[in-house]
Write a protein that binds this ligand. Sequence first.
Ligand SMILES: O=C(O)CCC(=O)C(=O)O
Length: 251
Amino acid sequence: MIDVAAAIAEYRARGFARLGRVLSDVELDDLRERAEALMLGRVSWPGLFFQLDATTGDYRDAPLGLGWQGPSLHYRKLEKLELDDRFRALIRQPALEPLVRALIPGRVRLYRAIVFNKAAAGGTEIPWHQDAGRLWGLSEDPEVQVWTALDDAPLDGGCLEFVPGSHHGGLASPLGGVVPEALVASREADAKAVPVPVKAGESVLLHNLVWHRSGKTRTGQRRLGFSACYLSEAVRCVRTKKAARQFFEVY
Ligand SMILES: O=C(O)CCC(=O)C(=O)O
C-alpha cells in the first residue's frame, strides 16, 4: 500500500517520491515478456510508436520517424502503450489509483505511456530534461508521472537521477525538454544530482518539471522502465499542425 499523503508531500517538496513495489513477480514477467514481444514483432498493434536506439551512444543520433524497423531488442522507446492490454493494466494499476486520483480530481486522462529501454549493451544516456513546455502541445503543463522499473535499475544500471526541488523553478526554457547546458552548469545540477536506484517492480512519482536524467547501464543487464503521464480532463491538446489529440481515458 502506498502512503499517499507522505508520497504527495515529498513530491511537492522535492519533485519526486519513491512509491515502493507496486508489481508482483507474475505481473513483471508478463510485462517484460510483452515488451520483448512488441520489439520482436511477435505482438503488434496498429499505431504503436517505436524508436531505435542510437548506434553512437548519443540519444540525439537516435533515428526519428521510422517506426518499427524489424525485430530488435535495441529499441530505445516504445510509445502509445495504452494500445496494449498488459500495459493498459499497468496504467490503471490499482495500487497507483488512489495516488493518481488524489493528485488529479475528477476524470483522469493519459498523455503518454512509454517504455524506455536501455539494452544490455548499455543503451544511451538521457540528459537533464523536463517533461513539459511548448513541445508537449498542451493548454497547461502536466505535473504527474509515474515511472515503474520493469528491471532492476541500480546505481550504475540506468537509474533515474533528480535535482531535488528543481520543479519549483518552472520551465528552464519555454519549449521544454532538454535543459540548456548553460543552465545545467549555472545551477550546478551535476553536483546536486540525487540518484534513485530501484528494484524491478518499484515505482517513482515524478513532477513533470523536476529536472531528471538517466545514464547508460554499465552492469551488462538490460534496464526497462515504464512511464505514464496522467492529465486532468481540463487539459487540452493545442497543437495546430495536426488534428487535436483525444487523450485516453484512464478512470
Ligand atoms: O527511463 C528513463 O531512463 C528516462 C525516463 C524519463 O526521462 C522520462 O520519463 O521522462
